[in-house]
Design a protein around this ligand. Structure first.
Ligand code: XMP
Length: 430
């Protein structure tokens, strides 16, 4: 193993992630593990230089008072208690993140080296993946989103052709998105990639379905069915790769044991498709996942792309999806992205997209009355997507976008800018 490791044992505090970040900020790799880790499990982690115990005031997990196993204190590994003055640890620290005290513990007591960087992280993960998988095969649903793309690149580096990627095009992808997944992964990274064009199947299932929740259910359910069908055609697959990242497995930052169990539920695949999980990013925060993607050589656009909902353009083609409106969403979204990039807004604005409602308005084209759709442009900023404010886009940029959408997108005669913050509006319309 390349990296020294400081293990944080989760005794119920909501501040474990803050401590993990503070330690990583000092250049030392840190992982959070459940409070009931055994001596053997701890030894298997390799290069553990120190242990931080943190449970907040009560040391409670799942409603039960908790302690770490007594044997852990006899391992000769320096321990720091962040929370608990009756603790058996030598060192106690109550006002984290106190960089100086943390530094003293990590570098003086634990004698850890500041060797946490993406290059070393990748080398370590590659070794771990090879140990776990051996000469067997891993299946991965590659959506083209940041997390699945980075996990694919990592697995390709570790096991090459033993990885089978399945990309399902549900027909609700953005312009050229599926093509770019195929280009990057099949042509450039030489991945073993199965491309499934299921557009017609999805659009068929969604015909005349106007209810937003129903649409989401159909898209999610159908996705699992298509993936399952592909998985059943393949033989000798024992593992499922997943782009699980740290924020996915925490809800409150506590109860690690419970979280780990629930995320083993493999996104609804049937019981008889039994896979062991490979989750090399599960200890990374989002910004670290992006840095990992860059280090693995993925294109900047893929790694720094804005969030995109699982149901894709399906929730931006409002009401019952029709092909003409879906095309209008896709084309107008491509224009918006192009113009935002030209204006440098792609690096500044958190999320921006277009929406096409399912009603028409009167307009004039070539001196004749037309009755056509409208495109709504939305651009918002947020920290955590729970609340959002509207980006004050420069008027000239909005004019250029409007001009291009009206000239280049069929069946559209009107462009609006959504001025609504969240709340009361949500970021997406459905
Ligand atoms: P809302 O509309 O709830 O969106 O304010 C908050 C953020 O979540 C994204 N979003 C989704 N992401 N699957 C996803 O992976 C979904 O079904 C979904 N719905 C909304 C949305 O784009 C925004 O960033």
């Amino acid at each position: 193993m390349k990296q020294d490791l400081i293990v944080i044992l989760d005794l119920g505090s909501t501040r474990n992630t803050v401590i993990a970040r503070a330690i990583r900020d000092l250049g030392v790799y840190s992982e959070i593990h459940p409070h009931d880790i055994t001596v053997e499990e701890l030894k298997a982690l390799k290069n553990v230089k120190g242990i931080v115990l943190n449970g907040g005031e009560n040391r409670v997990v799942d409603g039960q008072a908790v302690e770490v196993r007594a044997e852990l204190y006899d391992m000769g590994i320096p321990m720091l208690s962040v929370d608990y003055p009756q603790s058996k640890c030598e060192t106690k620290l109550s006002d984290l993140p106190d960089q100086e005290a943390l530094k003293k513990f990590i570098f003086d007591e634990c004698k850890a080296e500041a060797n946490w960087n993406m290059k070393n992280f990748i080398e370590d993960q590659v070794e771990l993946i090879r140990q776990q998988v051996g000469d067997r095969k891993v299946l991965l649903a590659l959506s083209g989103g940041v997390d699945s793309s980075v996990v694919a690149a990592m697995l390709i580096k570790a096991i090459g052709q033993q990885l089978v990627c399945v990309h399902v095009n549900h027909g609700l992808m953005r312009k050229n998105e599926s093509e770019s997944v195929v280009k990057v992964f099949r042509d450039e990274l030489h991945a073993n990639l199965i491309y499934v064009d299921a557009s017609e199947r999805f659009l068929g299932k969604l015909e005349n379905v106007a209810d937003p929740e129903q649409k989401r259910k159909i898209i999610g359910g159908e996705f699992i069915r298509v993936f399952e069908e592909e998985a059943r055609k393949l033989e000798g697959i024992d593992f499922l790769g997943q782009g699980t990242i740290y924020p996915d497995i925490i809800e409150s930052g506590t109860k690690t044991a419970k979280m780990v169990k629930s995320h083993h539920n493999v996104g609804g695949l049937p019981e008889d498709l039994k896979f062991e999980l490979v989750e090399p990013l599960k200890q990374l925060f989002k910004d670290e996942v992006r840095a990992c993607g860059v280090e693995l050589g993925l294109p900047h656009d893929m790694v720094y792309r804005q969030p995109f909902p699982g149901p894709g353009l399906g929730v931006r083609c409002l009401g019952a999806i029709t092909r003409d409106r879906l095309e209008a969403v896709r084309e107008s979204d491509a224009i918006l992205r192009e113009e935002f990039a030209k204006a440098g807004l792609d690096k500044k604005v958190w999320q921006y997209f277009t929406v096409v409602p399912d009603f028409k308005s009167v307009g004039m084209k070539n001196n004749a009355r037309v009755f056509e759709y409208m495109v709504i442009v939305r651009a918002i900023n947020t920290i955590d997507a729970m609340t959002a404010s509207v980006e004050k886009v420069d008027w000239d940029v909005l004019e250029k976008i409007t001009e291009r959408i009206l000239a280049e997108v069929e069946n559209v005669n009107r462009v609006c800018y959504d001025m609504s913050p969240k709340p009361p509006a949500t970021i997406e319309f459905e």
